[in-house]
Design a protein around this ligand. Structure first.
Ligand code: MEV
Length: 307
């Protein structure tokens, strides 16, 4: 096998996790902090050097794939053609498939070009790529996919604090329909333009819930954490990102849990419930009866890595 052939055959395979937002969505876009965690479901990317560019993906939206590839190329002035293959088990749920794809591609592109990984650099490139598609993104999903585990993400400095939380009693339910994150972020921005004081007050209140929620989470004080999640949900309803379907699911699930809220942009996608272990079966039943599908998952301690 000649040297060039060997080079072309070289493959890099990375896995990057999806994410769930525990507290602080939307406010994080305006510089506040949020709490989110990586999940044991995600995206596998395989990259090899080829004669010409090729993308095979089971994620319908290839905008993030192209943005990740091109942002990497621009950043490192590396333009050799590559084949990118993507397999995702989180596509279409609002569980961070786009950011996981972006993080996994940038990491694998660095690998195949022999560039040592630095989380700061991967974040910089992946965040720039995500923003080229979704203008007002905070970057929390990129950071969660990169670092894994439970993180506190600062929307202003983009700094990440990894929290010592490997598990907690939660369930995630899918409403059955995918939301348009960019549109929801834009709706909130319009609402803020029309009523800056009221919306900024909501963000400041959400920020207090994130601070208090972090303390409750670290102390395993589920009663308090559940209360903060419910309050966060009310504020999101005031922001206008909940929907009648989400409201109905949340109302029904709330009967058996410590707290429940939307788990991301709103408008559809998923809910997260902080559950009472003894009530788990009832909560799953409540989810299903109200039209949400229970998506079994755990926290992934690992962020992006080679497989
Ligand atoms: C979406 O998962 C969370 C938002 O805060 C947007 C973002 O932070 O990029 C609505």
């Amino acid at each position: 096998m000649g040297k060039n052939t060997r080079k072309r055959c070289k493959k890099f395979r990375t896995w990057a996790p999806g994410k769930v937002m525990l507290l602080g969505e939307h406010a994080v876009v305006y510089g506040y902090s949020c709490l989110s965690f990586a999940i044991d479901k995600g995206v596998t990317v395989t990259i090899s050097k080829e004669e010409s560019d090729r993308i095979t993906s089971d994620v319908a939206d290839t905008r993030f794939t192209i943005a990740a590839r091109e942002t990497f190329r621009h950043y490192f002035s590396q333009h050799s053609p590559v084949s990118i293959s993507i397999k995702s088990d989180i596509s279409g749920f609002g569980l961070g498939s786009s950011s996981a794809v972006t993080v996994a591609i940038v990491s694998a592109m660095m690998g195949i070009h022999g560039i040592p990984w630095s989380f700061d650099t991967i974040f910089e490139i992946a965040y720039q790529a995500v923003k080229s598609v979704q203008k007002n993104a905070s970057g929390y999903d990129v950071a969660t996919s990169l670092y894994g585990g439970m993180i506190e993400f600062n929307g202003e400095t983009k700094k990440v604090k990894q929290l010592p939380v490997s598990t907690f009693p939660f369930l995630v339910g899918f409403t059955g329909y995918k939301a348009d994150t960019s549109q929801l972020v834009e709706d909130v921005s319009q609402k803020r333009k029309a009523n800056k004081e009221a919306v900024d007050t909501i963000f400041a209140d959400i920020s207090r819930l994130v601070d208090n929620g972090k303390k409750a989470l670290l102390q395993k004080d589920w009663v308090s954490l559940g209360k903060y999640m419910n309050e966060n949900q009310q504020l999101l309803e005031h922001l206008g990102v909940s929907t009648p379907v989400l409201d109905a699911i949340i109302k029904r699930v709330k009967e058996s849990v410590f707290g429940v809220k939307i788990a991301g942009a709103g408008g559809g996608d998923c809910i997260i419930a902080l559950i009472k272990k003894k009530e788990k079966k009832n909560t799953i039943k409540a989810m299903e009866e109200s039209g949400a599908k229970n998506l079994p998952m755990t926290i992934s301690p690992k962020g992006v890595h080679l497989i």
